[in-house]
Design a protein around this ligand. Structure first.
Ligand SMILES: Cc1cc2nc3c(=O)[nH]c(=O)nc-3n(C[C@H](O)[C@H](O)[C@H](O)COP(=O)(O)OP(=O)(O)OC[C@H]3O[C@@H](n4cnc5c(N)ncnc54)[C@H](O)[C@@H]3O)c2cc1C
Length: 486
């Protein structure tokens, strides 16, 4: 007789691993199947075969969501993962030798923003000061309202809603008036990869800007993002969970028999592999879910630190390149309309500036990615270098090696990144709140099938919360089944 496992999880990204850990902790027999040779999904750090044999973060590099995550933070602390806190969470250089600097210290940020300083404090300060409630509101399952929202939690909930409406609509002309503060907030909003202003952009921007001034800011894990996955893998192994790598799941026959199947994958994969176990409505919704715009990742090896015109930019874990608010808005509108932007919004991180051991033999890995249309085949190396050169003249002379993974090839690195999409298709507030299959439980897509990836609420980022919420849904369903069986 074939033994039936309790749970199979397809995919070992942060959400898949958190789901597996939550269920293994509840005493279930859990097996994770991962198609890549190395587990960890969007939190892997690998030798890409570039000069110096350096280790590069293949997807995520900077982790405000990890310390803010109620499920990830305790695991990282228990497993001794060090999150290195930069003095400047993120920076946004502008033409004319100016730069917006989101210092971890809110007062310093306010001082640097001149006439917009007080407005910045008012916009994000109270949210940063009540970060736990902010996280409950944004990283929840978007179904359950936090318990105290009609009591002591009301001011934070009301503030968040007001900021989303103000910064997600043409009202965003207020209260920030100057180029620098506007660019600083717009850069955080552009992580949503939407046409700006948008409600999802405003929510993303306000959350990320508030996290810059709270807790550990925008830290990098010592040793790279793999430190996050290694901690999750160690936790799972101690709980008896197993992970098999090099095991793609493409057809129903690739799955071993199990009472529960969870997918830390793109929605289309669920429909492809488990279509006959889904309600027709769910199958249609999962099949129809379209990817968001793409990213082209450009990995560099430099022979020295990036020579930023404004030296404080080099203190930031993340640098946003894109120019003024108007320029970022134009570039994001172009890529969402399927066209390349001349100067696409680009994110850059030089982890060795915070974690010296990431550099070796005088060489350092530099991580960058640029927003491009879905499925773009373009090699963005020259574009990203030209962009960098604008704010860090001479950087080209430091380039020892470079490689671009175009959007059209991102699925080879991680099958969830269909056409280079890194948002799980969460390109509107509604989609992000509802998830791919409308319903009260956005995770349970079939009687014994659950979606637990970043395509389900609360959406993208290394926080593991989609996995945690999906696992709780599984436990609820199993408890119900247990009651019914009695
Ligand atoms: C270039 C880039 C930069 C980013 N930067 C950041 C950042 O700095 N900070 C941050 O918080 N977030 C960042 N993100 C987003 C973050 O990485 C993701 O939101 C997060 O990893 C999502 O986790 P997940 O578990 O849902 O999916 P993933 O991490 O994508 O993991 C999914 C896993 O499932 C596996 N898989 C998929 N299909 C199959 C299949 N059919 N069979 C078997 N295995 C399968 C994949 O190989 C992968 O291992 C970035 C993403 C990218 C691409």
């Amino acid at each position: 007789m074939v033994t039936r496992l309790d749970v199979v999880v397809v995919g070992s990204g942060p959400n898949g691993l958190v789901a597996a850990i939550t269920l293994a902790r509840a005493g279930l027999d859990v097996l994770v199947l991962e198609e890549q040779p190395v587990a960890g999904g969007g939190a892997r750090t690998l030798d890409l075969g570039l000069a110096g044999g350096l280790l590069h973060d293949v997807c995520s590099a900077v982790h405000p969501m990890a310390w803010a995550s109620p499920v990830l933070a305790p695991i990282l602390a228990r497993r001794g993962v060090e999150l290195v806190v930069p003095q400047v969470a993120y920076a946004h250089p502008l033409p004319g030798g100016r730069a917006g600097l989101a210092w971890h210290d809110l007062d310093r940020t306010v001082a640097g923003l001149g006439a917009d300083g007080d407005a910045w404090r008012e916009l994000v300060g109270p949210l940063a000061a009540d970060v736990q409630r902010l996280v409950e509101l944004t990283l929840g399952d978007h179904r359950h309202v936090p318990r105290d929202v009609l009591g002591p939690g009301l001011p934070t909930a009301a503030r968040l809603a007001a900021r989303i409406v103000q910064q997600g609509t043409p009202l965003w002309r207020r209260p920030l008036r100057g180029d620098v503060a506007r660019a600083l907030l717009t850069g955080a909003a552009a992580h949503s990869m939407t046409r700006l202003p948008s409600l999802v952009g405003a929510g993303t921007g306000v959350l990320l800007a508030a996290l810059a001034h709270a807790g550990l800011g925008w830290p990098v894990p010592r040793g790279g993002s793999a430190a996050v996955s290694d901690a999750l893998l160690a936790e799972l192994a101690d709980l008896g969970g197993r992970v098999v790598t090099g095991r793609p799941v493409r057809v129903p026959g690739d799955l071993p028999p199990a009472h529960v199947t969870m997918f830390d994958t793109a929605p289309g994969t669920v429909a492809q592999v488990a279509g006959d176990r889904l309600a027709p409505r769910a199958r249609r919704a999962l099949t129809r879910r379209r990817p968001g715009p793409g990213v082209a990742k450009v990995d560099l090896v430099l022979s020295g630190p990036i020579p930023w015109t404004v030296p404080e930019v080099g203190l930031a874990s993340t640098v946003h390149l894109g120019g003024t608010r108007a320029q970022v808005v134009r570039a994001e509108a172009q890529i969402t309309a399927g066209r390349h932007a001349h100067r696409p919004f680009t994110l850059v991180s030089d982890p060795a500036a915070l974690d010296a051991a990431r550099a070796r033999g005088g060489l350092r890995p530099v991580w960058s990615y640029a927003h491009v249309p879905t499925g773009s085949r373009a090699d963005l190396t020259a574009t990203v270098l030209a962009h960098l050169e604008q704010y860090a003249p001479g950087v080209r002379d430091l380039v020892v090696d470079a490689r671009c993974t175009p959007a059209s090839r991102r699925h080879l690195v991680d099958a969830n990144q269909v056409g280079g999409d890194i948002t799980g298709g969460s390109t509107s507030l509604l989609r992000m709140l509802v998830g791919p299959v409308p319903g009260w439980d956005p995770y349970r897509v079939g009687p014994d099938v659950w979606l637990c990836s970043a395509s389900a609420p609360p959406g993208p980022g290394v926080h593991g919360m989609s996995g945690a919420h999906a696992a709780r849904s599984v436990l609820g369903a199993l408890a119900e089944r247990g009651k019914a069986g009695r």
